[in-house]
Design a protein around this ligand. Structure first.
Ligand code: G3P
Length: 218
């Protein structure tokens, strides 16, 4: 399973990259605003900086909601850097734009997916990635993981190549559950990745090993 980090914070991206397990980055307009990145020129420059830190795919989201606007924005984003993946919302024009980009060989990430039917449409339009929002479904007392499992089954039934990018990951158990289901990718905050390191028995065991080494080498 690929690990993407869901942030526009350069320090967090660099920390995950330094760990050696990062496969890409996802961003969205909210995450950009959280870092205080506003204005088209600044946003484009920020995507460039992200691409310089990571080796993998970097999702850059369009803000247009009409086909022509999405195509114009998406082409500009894709031309920015070879690692850029054009992120499109799952609305009718987003699906049309996804098909357009897919026919041109430009990679896409169809976002704001909350149902299996939406994921089926994204795959039929040739999306490179589909982003079901697992945490936001959990937030409204719906089983987000069940959606990931449904999409896995549907994509496997028809050998769709679209990769399931489980998004809106909130914690390490989401990561582990997505891995069990067979999600191709997960994107979450830095804590969902570094949290996987933690186990008290690891810390206790390491302390004991070091203590015993010291005793033997006095
Ligand atoms: O990037 C899209 C998605 O991961 C958003 O997550 O935490 O805002 O629900 P969240």
């Amino acid at each position: 399973m690929k690990f993407f980090i869901d942030t526009a914070n350069l320090d967090e991206i660099a920390e995950a990259q330094a760990l050696g397990v990062l496969d890409g980055v996802t961003t969205n307009p909210s995450l950009m605003a959280k870092e205080g990145i506003t204005g088209e020129a600044n946003i484009l420059a920020h995507y460039q900086k992200i691409c310089e830190i990571v080796d993998g795919d970097v999702s850059a989201e369009v803000i247009s909601t009409d086909f022509e606007g999405m195509v114009k924005e998406g082409e500009a984003l894709a031309a920015l850097h070879p690692q850029i993946v054009v992120k499109l919302p799952l609305i009718a024009d987003g699906i049309k734009a996804c098909k357009y980009f897919s026919d041109k060989g430009i990679r896409t990430n169809v976002t704001l997916v909350f149902s299996a039917g939406q994921a089926l449409l994204a795959a039929k339009a040739g999306a490179t990635y589909v982003s079901p929002f697992l945490g936001r479904l959990d937030d409204i007392s719906t089983d987000g993981l069940n959606l990931i499992a449904e999409i896995r089954q549907i994509y496997d039934n028809y050998a769709f190549e679209t990769q399931i990018l489980s998004a809106s990951i909130r914690h390490t158990m989401h990561v582990i559950d997505c891995a069990k289901i067979g999600s191709d990718v997960m994107t979450g905050p830095l804590s969902s990745i570094t949290g996987l390191l933690k186990h008290p028995l690891t810390d206790i065991g390491l302390a004991k090993f070091l203590e015993d080494y010291k005793k033997g080498n006095q």
